[in-house]
Design a protein around this ligand. Sequence first.
Ligand code: FE2
Ligand code: FE2
Length: 204
Amino acid sequence: MRTVTFTQMKDGTEEDWKLLSTGGNREKKYLAGTADRILKEMNSQGDEELAGYKVSRLEHGLQAATRAEADGADVDWIVSALLHDIGDGLAPQNHARFAAELLRPFVREECAWVIEHHGIFQRYYYAHYYGGNREERKRFEDNLYYQACVDFCERWDQSSFDPDYETKSLKHFAPMVREVFSRKAFDPKITRKGVSTGVSSKSK
Ligand SMILES: [Fe+2]
Ligand SMILES: [Fe+2]
């Protein structure tokens, strides 16, 4: 394979940069593989136990996405639910933000905000058992997406640790992941800033 001439970026020539972008089309091809890399990562989480829980990390994500779909949520929500904990292994102390940044260019602003804040909102279910404040999320009460985040946690996240729930496979969700990650990044028609649809009609 033809490669660039440089070993330090500062020595790159016009030809080098053309080779990496439109000329060689390589970066484009690499970007087109994002969905596959995400699916591969999710697949690898099937063997990773969530320490002490009854389901694996993959099963938790699949179950959250299955519940979102069953609630009639749109593809932005379903894929966000599927991937909301994808960063648990690499950024356990900041996993919500990790997933949010992955999703942000390709989903509604509402979904990225909810995923970014779900860690704090989930604390409602357990913080008091560790001497913490379960109502920490209340500081976001005036935010447009507050209720969606409350509902996301209640309906799809805190509920998705059930080994007996009929959870759909990663294969089922793969076309949705491909659809979302093939969108044009940061397209205002997709990010729809300031629009809240809520998580589903059933959550009301
Ligand atoms: Fe989480
Ligand atoms: Fe979760």
